[in-house]
Design a protein around this ligand. Structure first.
Ligand SMILES: CC(C)(COP(=O)(O)OP(=O)(O)OC[C@H]1O[C@@H](n2cnc3c(N)ncnc32)[C@H](O)[C@@H]1OP(=O)(O)O)[C@@H](O)C(=O)NCCC(=O)NCCS
Length: 176
């Protein structure tokens, strides 16, 4: 995702998250952390025939990553686009060397929860009244990277990446 994508992203954002859509400023702020050697964000868009049909973003802090947002245009639902976007975010989490990926999802968003469960996310708790103004609870889900997976070639000693610190991410209500 680049700055010129923000306008079409906002159109989808308002359609898909009518109660708590992110502002343009929030996307600008996220993208400001998505480039350069110290980048902590990965944002991407999906396009079909020149039309923006999906987007997703991930934030990394230490060995913890958080799915900030994920969305597919309604006419794309069920085509596997959500799965492709999530696959890319998980690839980014690996590149950031994050051992855990967290996300929040509305308790009534069963479709998204099923998508996350297919990717190995498990429910770990609730955040009461997380989504405002509707006062809807969030289900918190977590995916721990497979300890049996081969060690990352840039970090051949798995013990070195086993530090258990988790820096909670500050800020806005997330959409994923
Ligand atoms: C959540 C969301 C991103 C999922 O996107 P999606 O493109 O529908 O996701 P997928 O197609 O990968 O998977 C969804 C369903 O389609 C099915 N599916 C996947 N690939 C398919 C294919 N090639 N053909 C037919 N069906 C397919 C999956 O089995 C899945 O169904 P199931 O969950 O009942 O098993 C999308 O519904 C969305 O944008 N919702 C609004 C925003 C939102 O709620 N975001 C999440 C906030 S936490």
């Amino acid at each position: 995702m680049r700055w010129w994508d923000i306008e079409p992203v906002l159109e989808l954002e308002h359609e898909l998250f009518p109660e708590d859509a992110w502002s343009a400023g929030m996307f600008w702020s996220e993208l400001a952390h998505a480039r350069g050697p110290g980048a902590t964000r990965r944002y991407l868009v999906a396009e079909e025939a020149g039309r923006l049909v999906g987007y997703a973003g991930l934030a990394a802090a230490g060995d913890l990553a958080d799915v900030q947002t994920i969305a597919a245009a309604r006419d794309q639902w069920g085509t596997g686009l959500g799965a492709r976007l999530l696959t890319e975010l998980l690839r980014a989490a690996t590149a950031f060397e994050c051992a855990e990926v967290l996300l929040e999802v509305r308790v009534d968003n069963v479709r998204a929860q099923k998508l996350y469960a297919r990717f190995g996310f498990e429910p770990i708790g609730f955040r009461r009244g997380y989504y405002q103004p509707g006062n809807v609870d969030a289900l918190v889900m977590r995916r721990v990277s497979d300890p049996a997976a081969p060690a990352d070639p840039v970090d051949p000693d798995p013990a070195l990446s086993d530090s258990a610190h988790s820096v909670p991410l500050q800020g806005e209500t997330t959409h994923g």
